[in-house]
Ligand binder design. Structure first.
Ligand code: KG4
Ligand code: ZN
Length: 345
């Protein structure tokens, strides 16, 4: 089977071609980061408009790189939930129209299923074995899933407020760093920021649930900035060394929250493999702490390649492939949904 996948749930327009035996034939992603950077966050209306501009050339590029034509496809799939509705509608409507015109089978894909199955696109030795624990950490999501099998997911916990990436991005804004803050904070921490300089709180640190909370952490940063005399970031920004230490300490609290909950879930469920995916999985400190924990506990940690961790259409094409293969088809009346539990599929 050869599948065309389309992704447009947030600020990346992406198209990819997946081949059942050869794997990813092409994966093209156009990020809108530069378009949203002046506003310090994703503007939904702007995201939808940018998807409209990009969707045709990105899809043409993916088909060209894969060297396949529309008529040789065995299915066309697109993300239908969750995400920004205006953004989702662009990719979904486009994929449905293409499938209808080409008389191809169509299925809608849940974005988080794409993230959870993305490690299967890596090399053979880097693939997980069912059941495994999946930690999705991005700008929009922070969730822990027990991945029982293809199409069988059990939500163990998720953030009760901000996503981890969202918290890092908000902290970056408060510290006067370029958007997205997560990347800038990681860089500053690597440049010698002291993770122990400030003691930021770890939200929901109790070992009696699998949820996360990051909004208190942001508030703590606001208070800390006030305490050290930089309460109004629009006026004077703190000196570089102070920003570096604050960034590293803030990042440390986020990393510890993620690692502690993930390992608590591993202990409670008895699962032996942990897949970490989403944009924040690129964080160097998170990778370092996870590697150390892996050596200590014997838990196998799988972090897909960065191009598979951040939003892409290859993971959507693959998740769609697993559903088409089982015979699933969705009607062209399938609509975009902003919030939808993965377990409800
Ligand atoms: O998965 P992604 O590309 O998009 C979605 O949110 O769906 O994730 C983007 C998020 C942003 O919040 C960004 O700040 C964060 O991932 N991020 C990082 C790093 N690279 C990206 N956070 C921490 N360290 C990084 N190296
Ligand atoms: Zn995502």
């Amino acid at each position: 089977m050869i599948i065309l996948g389309i992704e447009s749930s947030c600020d990346e327009t992406a198209a990819a071609v997946y081949h059942e035996s050869a794997g990813i034939l092409s994966s093209v992603v156009r990020s809108q980061i530069a378009d949203h950077a002046p506003y310090g966050g994703v503007i939904p209306e702007l995201a939808a408009r940018k998807h409209i501009e990009a969707i045709v050339p990105i899809t043409e590029e993916a088909l060209k790189r894969a060297d396949v034509s529309l008529d040789t496809l065995d299915g066309i799939v697109a993300t239908f939930a969750p995400g920004l509705v205006g953004a989702l509608l662009v990719g979904l409507s486009f994929a449905k129209a293409l499938a209808w015109a080409q008389k191809k089978p169509f299925v809608g894909v849940h974005h988080l299923e794409g993230h959870l199955l993305s490690p299967f696109l890596g090399s053979e030795e880097d693939r997980p074995h069912f059941p495994f624990l999946g930690l999705i950490v991005s700008g929009g999501h922070t969730s822990l899933y027990k991945v029982i099998d293809y199409g069988r997911y059990e939500l163990l916990g998720k953030t009760v407020d901000d996503a981890a990436g969202e918290a890092l991005d908000k902290a970056g804004k408060l510290l006067g760093l370029p958007y997205p803050g997560g990347i800038a904070i990681d860089k500053l921490s690597q440049e010698g920021g002291n993770p122990k300089a400030y003691d930021f709180p770890i939200g929901l640190n109790q070992r009696d649930n699998f949820n996360f909370s990051f909004s208190g952490l942001k508030t703590a940063l606001v208070y800390t900035l006030k305490k050290v005399g930089y309460g109004n970031p629009s006026k004077t920004l703190p000196p570089k060394e102070l920003v570096r230490d604050l960034a590293a300490s803030f990042q440390e609290a986020v990393v510890q929250a993620l690692v502690r909950k993930a390992f608590f879930a591993l202990e409670e469920t008895g699962l032996q493999e942990l897949v970490v995916t989403g944009g924040v999985a690129a964080n160097s400190r998170l990778r370092e702490v996870l590697e150390r924990k892996s050596r200590k506990t014997g838990i196998r940690i799988i972090i897909p390649d960065k191009t598979l961790c951040t939003d892409n259409a290859a993971m959507i094409a693959y998740a769609g492939f697993t559903r088409l293969k089982k015979g699933q088809r969705d009607p062209f009346s399938l609509n975009a949904v902003s919030r939808l539990a993965l377990e409800s599929l």
